[in-house]
Write a new protein. Sequence first.
Length: 103
Amino acid sequence: MSKVYEAWDGDRTIRNATFAEIAFDKVFSLLNVQQSNRKAALGETPPRFRVAGSNRQLDDYRDAVAIYIEVEDNEVRNLTGWKSGWYLIIMTPVEAKRRLGVL
């Protein structure tokens, strides 16, 4: 199962527990995940990112602005071109939760 987390831009990208665990094929279709969304391999921490125009001084006060999806090897083993790892989707967590039916 793929794990979905809220993501913040700045140094602390993940600050809380996963809000959904769902099969990758559902995540793929519901959240429009692309191979280019992969930002890091498993075993690494999710990399920092910065949304254009965000103010670094407000990193600790801003709401999450995206989601990270942690995809395990067994989820993509039989899918051509896909790799396990951390996938970043610039979509508000509220919208992602709505699409996944967990809101």
